[in-house]
Every structure is written in structure tokens, then in C-alpha cells.
Design a protein around this ligand. Structure first.
Ligand code: ADP
Ligand code: ZN
Ligand code: ZN
Length: 743
């Protein structure tokens, strides 16, 4: 029985579980001062564990007898988690048909997940103890970073707060080590509220805008109080970021907050510095390098409104905002906005939903918009703002196709291209060589019998690496020693096949011995600031060669590069994935955008085996926009997105028979349901995934397509319910991917 009119009998709680449902509990423990409400975190017994869940509904009845309900052990919050955040989580769980508990958990900082209090009203200040003052400290003889940190702290008799210490690139581990040794001590102190934005919002003046930038900004200024989705469509270097900065200025001046999403690769110290040097107010950055404490702190700062500007990668879409004013998604076409496992959300699409909900402007920026966004802009659903001119003197370089057929290659490059590199270097400029394969060569082969090094666990070749020498699978990360002889025929004549970044680097270093070659890929930049270090050197402007994967292609401003070479443009041309060409054209245009950004015009040489390919020729002759329009026509004709909606049921298991059986039964059951309900949803498959075997697991998929999104969702919901009730589905890992980005 409820003990007061406010106390509900039943709390429906989202707990971390893959099940798409809530679990009912009775109120228990001391009731929160605000009363039981949706949005409060609670600690509850769940199976044999105790977990942190979130109340989503307060009700009077349950499907279970009230006496069977377990009581909540404790309420963990004094007030509910932010409203806008809760709304977004519910929306996400519903839209992506994902378990509510898992959605909430993924969308909250780790410390909240673990039950920590949200209110970060205090902060830690670190001071040197009496022991730490003695000189020298023997226990630090082998810990130079700790010694340096201690030395720095000694210069601050009043101590330093954690944030200031971490900003000096010391780690929390070093602080804790010094604390354990009794050399420093911490104390908690109240956090002061941040100053409210004043007249001196800007730390440096905004640039005077060119005509196109000014008219784009004027359009945005006109409707700051309403949902106003815009595509800011501008070539690389056309000044999109400057438009974002000035929009943010207007938003913050009105006491509102701006949320900026950037691709994983784009949140560089350079980008951050650009935002931070413009504004006097704090710019909170959310990225993978944050500690759990920093992340919670940033979350709280955004939720409380202390942080007027929040910038982050994909998951930052889940940052609560107390005064939302605008959302900006830079490089909206970038693949990193879509999460490819677990909760498979697309941050750009959630940004659209969120801006709509808040009634605020949304800016999707790109030089190469996704066909989804472009179509909406062309159809007038989004305002289409164009920036056609570069802020610098030079128009973006066109692609020049270079036919690879029948030409000898060294390190993947043919003689005329090597000559072009030579003359560019001789003129004192820099060259960027783009090759989308790391390692030395895509595989190792036996010249005697044709054997190819293949992964035992995947349908994939092993990549040959030289630094250090080994064979590695880029799909499952398995490594193998280099064989001395062919395992099939025993021949010792094993040769690398094709080129990766290491081989191209080696070739260029041999051919241009006096010129520094910087290789930039996931292997060469494992060390934390290796990339920034290389780029700092490159920015000094001496002639040099850059060899890199897409890490290099995106976002970086490389003013001295005047020649870009694409080693092979063919990857996306004949793929079974209908989006491959779109993605590959976006990447080519991005790479090309690195050429000639400053004083000198640029050239882009694109090597290809398919120099006659009509799509590649259109891209080269007329650029991305022209190709995108042709691709849209093809998609319309083929009834593919954005003209039709897609969902993909993915199934995987180590047992091939188990996936095949379940896939067939699920598709059959779904087809029968679709017929019965006349749902106008097509079901294709099951078919093996493009790489059927990965990490020794078999992957199968069933595709659902529909002209109406609501129908697709209805079918998806039915399928998910069928799978949840199906005992055989417990032995197979499955997920429904709504709006899949790769097949
Ligand atoms: P995008 O984001 O479209 O790639 P950016 O905003 O980074 O373009 O601008 C490219 C370069 O041009 C930057 O160095 C920027 O400072 C400069 N720039 C942008 N807008 C202007 C302007 N109105 N006047 C002068 N320089 C500008
Ligand atoms: Zn052999
Ligand atoms: Zn593998």
C-alpha cells in the first residue's frame, strides 16, 4: 500500500541488461527528498547482483503481485538526472530498438554507472606535504615524471587543483603515486561557479566574413529560437569553422549553450586550440583521453550550465545541457558518428532529433555531405547554405586520374608520379602520399605455388609488417611470425604482394634520401603525441614527404603541401556495399582538400586501374557534388536509402549451422508476419555478411527495407520480440542495426 499520495506503489526501473523491458520494484530505503520520480538512480537487487538502475516510470500496478516485488535498496540521487538527457535516452532506445537499461548505461559517465553522486560541488586541491619538501627525495630517483610533478607543486605553496595539474600533461596515476609515498596530500574545496558570460565573451576578435559566410550566418541568426536544420555545404577551407564560431558567439551571448560534435579523428589539439583561443568562456572537451573523473566533471558542467561550449566526439551527443542553444555537427558525413556495435546509434541523426526537441538551430557541416543529408537539403527539408569559395586564394584542386595499367610500380607508385613528387620537393614544397593500408604489404605470397598468407580465424589475408616483422590480421588482431618457407610447397621464395604505408615509406626514403619522410598511421602514432609531433615538424614548412592513411586525410591543416598523391583509388569502385562509392568519393575529396591550402596552388594525382570508370571520371572532372547528384539518381532508381529505409538483422556465432538455421527461421517468420499484416516491408536474405567468417565466428544478415519508416519500425519491433522469445536465439549473438552504414 502506498504510504502517502506521492509515494507510488511500483517503480519501473531500467537496469543494465540486454532485455528490452523495465523491471518492477517497490520503493525502499529512505525516500528521496524530491519524492520518487522518473530519472532517479537506484541501487537494486537483480538476479544475484546488485546493480545501478534508473527509474523510468512510477506506477500503481504491476504485472506481478505487489508483494512479490523486491524493494529498492537505496536511492542514489537527490534529484532526477537531467530531463533532456532522459528524453534522449528514451528516444534512442525506442528508435534503435535497444534495451532501455543498456542505453541509459552507455549514455552516462562511468562513475554514474557505478553509483557515484552526480553533484560535483567540490574539487580536489593537491599540496606538497612536509615530507615532500625535503630535498632530494630518494623514492623518486627512478620516477622522473613524479619528480617533475613534485617540483612543479613545490612552486605553488597553495597547491593546485586536479584540473590544472592534468592540463600540464601529468597523469592522475602520478598524483596518486606521490600521495601513496606521503609526498603530497589532497583536500576537497568548494567549487566556485563560473563567471556568467559578460561583455568580454571573445578572447580574440572574430574574422570579418566574406559574402557567403556572412549570408549563411545571417540566415542562422534569424532563427535562433526555433528548430532550424541547415546543411552548411562548403569546400574544405571555405570557412565553415569560422561560421560555427560566430554562431556559437551569438548563442553564448544569449546565455545558451552550444554542443559541437566532431569526428573521432577531428578532435585535435589544433581544433580545440582554435575554439579555446576564440572564447573567454570555458570550452569543455569530451574525448576518449579523459579520466572517469574528468568525464563526470564535464558532464556535470554541461548539465548545470557552467559549460557554455561543449565539444566532443560521437558519444558527446549524450551530454545533458541545461540551456541548449545550438547543435553543430562538423563533417556530418563522417563514419565515426555511427557506433558499430552494441547500441548502434548515429550521433548525427540523434543530433537532428535533439535539436528538434529543443527547438534550436542545427548545423550539419561538410564539404562532402552524406547523400541522406544532401537529399534533405535538395528537397528543402534542411536549409541549404553553400560556401563555394575558399578563404585562401586557391580553388580546391581537381583530381587528375593516372592510369596504373601496365606501368611498373615501386612502393605502389609509377614513374611519372615519382617524377612529379621529385619536382614538387625540388620546388621546396611538401608532398602527401595517401594510402589506405597500413603495414608493409597487404599480404605475403609464395612465388612458386601462389600460396597467400591468410588468417586462420577470418576470411581475410594477413598483412605483412616490417616494423616489427610479423604477419597480422587487421580484422581480429592475431599475429604470426614470418614463415621462412611456404607452408604449402616449401619454397623459400616468399614475396610481399602490393604496398602498404611501410613499403611506400621505404621506397620514398630510398629514392629521396635527403628528404624526411613522416609515416602517419595507427602503427606509427601509437605513442600519445607522435602525431602532433610529426605535424609540428611538418608545419615548419621544410620540404618533406608525408605518407599516411585516412588519419592524415581529415581535418589537418597542412599549408605547405602542394602535391597530394592517392596511391590507389579503386577500393570503393566495385564493392558489394552500395555506400562504398559514396564513402570513397568523400575520402578522395577530403584527401584532395589537403593540397594547396595556403600560398601555392595544389595538384592531386589519383592512381587507378579504372581510369575509364564513369563515376571516377565524373568525380575528377566535376567534383563531389556532381557525383553525389548522380548517385542520388541511382539510389532513387534502385530504391535504396535515402529513398527507402533500411534495417539489418545481424547474426553471429562460432557455429555455422546455428546462425544459418536461426537466420532462415527468423526470415521465414518475419515474411509470414509481413504478409499477414500487409506491412509493405521487404525482407531479403538471410545472406552471409561480406566477410562471413571473422574471429572464427560466422556472420549472417537479413535485410529489411521499407518506404515508410514507421512500417520498418513496426516490423523491426516484431522481429526483436520474436527473437527474444525464441530459445535458439539465446545461442546466437544477434542485433538489429537501424539505418546501417555498412553492410
Ligand atoms: P573549413 O572549416 O571550411 O575547412 P576554416 O574555417 O577552417 O574552413 O577556414 C580555413 C582557413 O581560412 C582558416 O585558416 C581560417 O582562419 C581562414 N578563414 C576562414 N574565414 C575567413 C575569413 N572570413 N577571412 C579570412 N580568413 C578566413
Ligand atoms: Zn608455395
Ligand atoms: Zn583474423
Amino acid at each position: 500500500m502506498p504510504d502517502s499520495p506521492q509515494a507510488p506503489a511500483v517503480l519501473s526501473v531500467a537496469v543494465p541488461s540486454p532485455l528490452r523491458r523495465l523491471f518492477d520494484y517497490r520503493p525502499g530505503g529512505p525516500p528521496p527528498a524530491c519524492g520518487w520520480q522518473p530519472g532517479l538512480r537506484v541501487r537494486v537487487p537483480f538476479g544475484r547482483r546488485r546493480v545501478v538502475g534508473v527509474i523510468l516510470e512510477c506506477r500503481d500496478t504491476s504485472d506481478l503481485a505487489l508483494t512479490d516485488l523486491k524493494p529498492v535498496e537505496a536511492c542514489l540521487d537527490e534529484r532526477p538526472l537531467p530531463d533532456d538527457w532522459l528524453w534522449l535516452c528514451r528516444f534512442t532506445a525506442r528508435y534503435y530498438q535497444h534495451a532501455p537499461g543498456d542505453t541509459l548505461h552507455q549514455a552516462m559517465p562511468a562513475l554514474l554507472r557505478q553509483g557515484r553522486a552526480l553533484e560535483a560541488r567540490t574539487r580536489e586541491r593537491w599540496q606538497v606535504t612536509a615530507d615532500g619538501q625535503g630535498d632530494p627525495v630518494p623514492s623518486l630517483a627512478k620516477a622522473p615524471r613524479q619528480a617533475a610533478l613534485l617540483a612543479m607543486l613545490r612552486q605553488h605553496p597553495h597547491g593546485l587543483v586536479t584540473q590544472a595539474i592534468l592540463a600540464q600533461s601529468f597523469g592522475r596515476e602520478q598524483l596518486l603515486a606521490l600521495e601513496r609515498k606521503g609526498l603530497v596530500a589532497r583536500r576537497e574545496e568548494p567549487r566556485t561557479a563560473s563567471p556568467s558570460p559578460s561583455a568580454s565573451l571573445l578572447a580574440e576578435p572574430a574574422l570579418p566574413l566574406n559574402r557567403e559566410q556572412a549570408s549563411a550566418l545571417a540566415v542562422l541568426h534569424e532563427r535562433l529560437d526555433a528548430y532550424h536544420p541547415c546543411l552548411l555545404h562548403g569546400v574544405t577551407g571555405s570557412g565553415k569553422t569560422e561560421v560555427y564560431l560566430q554562431l556559437i558567439e551569438a548563442v553564448v551571448a544569449r546565455g545558451r549553450q552550444a554542443l559541437v560534435l566532431v569526428p573521432e579523428i577531428g578532435l585535435t589539439p589544433q581544433t580545440l586550440a582554435r575554439f579555446r583561443s576564440r572564447f573567454r568562456v570555458p570550452v569543455v572537451a569530451l574525448h576518449s583521453g579523459l579520466t572517469d573523473h574528468e568525464r563526470l566533471d564535464a558532464w556535470e558542467a554541461a548539465a548545470s550550465g557552467r559549460a557554455p561550449i561543449v565539444i566532443g566526439t560521437r558519444s558527446a551527443i549524450f551530454t545533458p545541457l541545461s540551456h541548449p542553444g545550438a547543435i553543430i555537427v562538423d563533417e556530418e558525413h563522417d563514419g565515426s558518428f555511427k557506433q558499430q556495435e552494441g547500441l548502434r546509434y548515429h550521433a548525427r541523426d540523434l543530433a537532428v532529433a535533439r535539436a528538434h526537441r529543443h527547438g534550436i538551430p542545427l548545423v550539419l557541416g561538410s564539404a562532402t555531405p552524406s547523400l541522406e543529408t544532401l537529399q534533405r537539403a535538395l528537397a528543402g527539408d534542411y536549409q541549404h547554405l553553400r560556401l563555394t569559395r575558399r578563404a585562401s586564394r586557391h580553388a580546391p584542386a581537381r583530381l587528375e586520374l593516372v592510369d596504373l595499367r601496365g606501368r611498373p610500380r615501386r612502393g605502389g607508385l609509377i614513374p611519372p608520379v615519382l617524377d612529379a613528387i621529385e619536382s614538387t620537393l625540388a620546388a621546396g614544397h611538401q608532398v602527401l602520399v595517401f594510402i589506405n593500408r597500413r603495414g608493409f604489404a597487404p599480404t605475403l605470397s609464395c612465388h612458386a605455388c601462389g600460396w597467400l598468407a591468410e588468417c586462420d580465424h577470418c576470411d581475410a589475408r594477413l598483412t605483412l609488417h616490417r616494423q616489427p616483422p610479423l604477419l597480422a590480421c587487421h580484422h581480429c588482431d592475431r599475429r604470426r611470425a614470418l614463415p621462412d618457407a611456404c607452408p604449402d610447397c616449401g619454397s623459400a621464395d616468399l614475396r610481399p604482394l602490393g604496398s602498404g604505408t611501410e613499403r611506400t615509406e621505404e621506397t620514398l626514403a630510398e629514392r629521396f634520401p635527403d628528404i624526411p619522410v613522416h609515416r602517419i598511421d595507427r602503427d606509427s602514432t601509437r605513442r600519445r603525441d607522435a602525431l602532433e609531433q610529426a605535424l609540428t615538424e611538418v608545419r615548419r614548412g621544410e620540404p618533406c614527404l608525408l605518407v599516411g592513411t585516412q588519419m592524415l586525410a581529415k581535418g589537418h591543416h597542412l599549408p605547405h603541401v602542394t602535391l597530394v598523391v592517392v596511391v590507389n583509388a579503386d577500393a570503393g569502385l566495385y564493392s558489394s556495399d552500395f555506400r562504398a562509392l559514396e564513402h570513397s568519393a568523400q575520402l578522395l575529396e577530403q584527401v584532395a582538400g589537403r593540397a594547396g591550402r595556403a600560398a601555392h596552388p595544389g595538384r592531386v594525382l589519383v592512381q587507378t586501374m579504372h581510369a575509364d570508370d564513369p563515376n571516377l571520371r565524373l568525380l575528377a572532372a566535376r567534383g563531389y557534388d556532381a557525383l553525389a547528384e548522380r548517385l542520388l539518381e541511382e539510389r532513387r532508381a534502385a530504391a535504396l536509402p535515402p529513398f527507402r529505409f533500411l534495417a539489418l538483422l545481424r547474426l553471429e556465432s562460432p557455429k555455422e549451422a546455428a546462425v544459418n538455421e536461426l537466420g532462415a527461421r527468423a526470415a521465414e517468420a518475419l515474411r509470414a508476419h509481413l504478409d499477414r499484416r500487409r506491412l509493405e516491408v521487404d525482407c531479403l536474405g538471410p545472406v552471409p555478411a561480406p566477410m562471413e567468417r571473422r574471429q572464427n565466428r560466422y556472420h549472417l544478415q537479413v535485410m529489411l527495407t521499407a518506404e515508410r519508416r514507421s512500417r520498418l519500425h513496426e516490423a523491426g519491433a516484431w522481429l526483436v520480440a520474436w527473437l527474444e522469445a525464441e530459445p535458439a536465439a539465446r545461442r546466437v549473438r544477434w542485433s538489429l542495426d537501424i539505418d546501417p552504414q555498412t553492410l
